[in-house]
Design a protein around this ligand. Structure first.
Ligand SMILES: Cc1cc2nc3c(=O)[nH]c(=O)nc-3n(C[C@H](O)[C@H](O)[C@H](O)COP(=O)(O)OP(=O)(O)OC[C@H]3O[C@@H](n4cnc5c(N)ncnc54)[C@H](O)[C@@H]3O)c2cc1C
Length: 404
């Protein structure tokens, strides 16, 4: 991996710095992945798309910038935006999971219809994988879809569906081939959330806010061409979309942005008349975390290199999810500790984006959820040890034994 900057890369770095100086004041505070984007977030997203600071190598006809893939360019943009403390754009499931999955596996008609509005943040997606009896064991999904004429008729229940209460569309995992073996009987359908027969009931997380939902589907109809790949190909789509989800959840640019924000926080907060950054116990934690963030960043660049070469990253992508989500939690824990009692005071009704005490506490609580979401740490460790390290497979437990 050659990390030195060529002239082209230095020019891009200057260009992003000039953009941040000129337009940085228009940036919203956050990535905006947990609510429907507001006007400011949509406008910022539009600016980043126009300059190629997101979706840089996505073809123009699908709403991207159309540049050749170049990992250093991607890294330079991410670095400059995070150092400047401006938003890297929308960090929602549509932009980071559905659009890349569709670009990889969707039909031309699906890409043309959905990718550009998704990247612009106009079409919001949720993902319906988990069910009460199918979480870690996602392939156990029981939601059924049967073909009647030119529509699928869907019945079943999803759970933990983030954003379903404001999403326009759902990427839904369901069973279309009930007689096929477990992993071969699944399909992914594109379901409009305003279709008749969908009921969304909010669930409250540890942040004390309703951020995910139970989603009930009763005789919901979608056209048969709203399937990703073919009938029974759902597991292939699941593998592709989970790969993008794990990269999203462990994204080191988020950790880098947090690191910069915490350093700034520690320069501003005083304890016994001294800035927190001068206190050895906090300073020590900060420096250790900085080393972890840099390790995560270089691991991510390795993944991008493999991606650019068209090579499969294998379990290395899972390492990013496992390591990154835990690191995010350690970073928010440091901020909460630095804020002392203020870091614990949390009223979900009085969340202020200008008051770091409230937002760090939300991150601290929500991060625990992200260690679970997208496949728990235990599941990542199982897969890494079995497929990456060649350790013996986990013994299969009989259901009767499990329930005993
Ligand atoms: C904040 C958040 C957002 C989410 N958003 C979405 C979403 O948008 N869409 C969606 O479909 N789902 C979503 N989920 C659901 C998430 O994917 C599941 O919670 C996760 O896959 C675990 O499934 P489960 O909750 O059914 O737990 P279970 O699978 O019942 O697991 C319970 C516990 O047992 C452990 N366990 C299970 N099997 C094994 C094993 N073989 N070896 C070792 N340990 C094991 C798990 O690690 C866990 O600790 C979200 C979850 C969270 C927390």
């Amino acid at each position: 991996m050659d990390l030195s900057y060529s002239r082209k890369h230095r020019e891009l770095q200057s260009e992003v710095r000039a953009f941040v100086r000129e337009k940085g004041h228009l940036s919203p505070k956050f990535g905006g992945g947990r609510k429907r984007p507001n006007r400011q977030e949509l406008d910022w997203q539009g600016l980043l798309l126009e300059r190629g600071y997101i979706a840089r190598s996505v073809p123009r006809k699908y709403g991207g910038f159309g540049a050749e893939p170049d990992i250093l360019e991607t890294a330079i943009v991410a670095d400059e935006l995070s150092k400047a403390g401006v938003s890297p754009g929308l960090l929602n499931q549509g932009v980071l999971i559905v659009a890349p999955t569709m670009l990889e596996l969707g039909t031309e008609a699906q890409r043309e219809r959905w990718v550009a509005p998704t990247l612009r943040g106009e079409t919001i997606w949720c993902i319906g994988n988990s069910e009460p009896e199918a979480g870690s064991d996602m392939a156990n999904a029981r939601t059924r879809a049967v073909v009647e004429g030119d529509t699928f008729v869907i019945n079943g229940q999803k759970i933990w569906t983030s954003s379903a209460h404001y999403a326009d569309m759902m990427l839904l995992l369901c069973r279309t081939e009930p007689d096929a073996p477990k992993h071969k009987g699944l399909s992914y359908l594109l379901v409009p959330m305003d279709a008749d027969g969908i009921e969304v009931r909010p669930l409250v997380t540890m942040t004390e806010r309703a951020e995910f939902n139970e989603t009930f589907l009763s005789d919901v109809r979608v056209p048969t061409d709203q399937i990703v790949m073919g009938r029974g190909d759902g597991w292939k789509v699941a593998i592709a979309s989970l790969k993008h989800e794990r990269v999203m959840l462990g994204d080191p640019n988020k950790q880098l942005q947090r690191f910069h924000a915490i350093r700034k926080l520690m320069q501003g907060v005083t304890i016994d008349d001294r800035p927190a950054i001068e206190m050895p116990e906090f300073r020590d934690r900060l420096v250790r975390l900085q080393a972890e963030v840099m390790a995560a960043k270089f691991h991510h660049m390795r993944l991008l290199t493999l991606h650019d070469r068209g090579e499969d990253a294998g379990v290395a992508g899972l390492v990013q999810k496992l390591y990154g989500t835990v690191l995010n939690h350690k970073l928010s824990a440091l901020a909460v500790d630095v804020l002392g009692e203020g870091g614990l005071a949390y009223d979900p009704h009085e969340i202020s984006e200008d008051d770091p005490a409230t937002t760090w506490q939300i991150d601290y609580m929500y991060d625990i959820g992200l260690i679970i979401g997208g496949g728990t740490s235990q599941i990542q460790k199982n897969i890494i040890s079995e497929r990456g390290l060649g350790m013996p497979r986990e013994p299969k437990v009989q259901l009767s034994e499990k329930r005993a």
